[in-house]
Ligand binder design. Sequence first.
Ligand code: PLP
Length: 338
Amino acid sequence: MIDLRSDTVSQPTPAMREAIFHAKVGDDTLRDDPTVLRLEERMASMLGKEDSVFMASGTMANQAAVISFGERGDEIILGENSHLFNLESGGLSANAQLQPQLIKCEKGVYNLEEIESKIRKCGVQFSKTALISIENTNDLNAGYVVKRQHIEEISKLAMRYQLPLYVDGARLFNAAVAQNLQLHETIPGAAAVMVAFTKGLSAPFGAILAGDKSFCEEARRVKQRLGGGFRQIGFMAAPVLVALDTMIPRIKQDHELAQLLANELKTYPLGIEPENVHTNIVHGHFDETESYADYLKKASILIKVTTKNSFRMVTHNGIEEEDVREVIRATDRYFNRR
Ligand SMILES: Cc1ncc(COP(=O)(O)O)c(C=O)c1O
């Protein structure tokens, strides 16, 4: 199978499996796991933050972040297409009890005036804004880069209102590679950030939540409350350390393969525009998406149908140039069969 549904289908490498076997572990809730401590220290430093907390998943990290930042009934300003709002089983209201103020994000660009218009001070009839949250890369079906300068503008706005800026950086490595920046340079002024390890990095588990010491202390308590009091979880931190050593160059290759795919497929009526492919996600709009996806499936190619007339194809560690060429050939057969 050529599986383009998501970068989350990427498999851990042999070196990661080896690292799992040999990992030195301890009780993480007691802060005794040396491998987790190494990972948390390394990620805090890569993200330019005082501390970081190893979480089970990006979703758990997002939930811990919003619970830590907000109080029941507060508001969070966030993108209408965000994972936090759409794909976390209602956690924003069920776990954090926050009220969302949704804003638009067009291809990774937020409207600063719109953000400002949503900020509220506490009043007898109002809830108060607790935080602004953005996503980078933005839109899990498109992977748009939110540029460093733009994040700086948003964080300056947040600071003017003394609000924390939170970045859901599930694919922040992609944003960094696309802009040729170090990880910490992608998020100027952010109070806290999450990065997931199970996407382009191909690790089997986990995400990190980073921020200042007091934020991470609170996030650790929330993590425990969510049932994330890990014990010998160094077995899952060890492959992440290998991923940090070995997988970052692969992300550049993922972006190049996505560009190749987009450039070759743009000649078919699939609504693919290479200039809209910023990272490793190619998205298309096509009235016959379901029939196209079925056809590809019969050719052992999986894509993700995102709506009745849209789809995405995601490159990752399990996809090579020959696989991309096969997708192009199968697409050509699809359009020439009629
Ligand atoms: C933008 C974004 N945030 C959060 C998540 C959640 O991460 P996880 O799958 O590790 O829970 C995802 C997952 O794809 C994502 O795309």
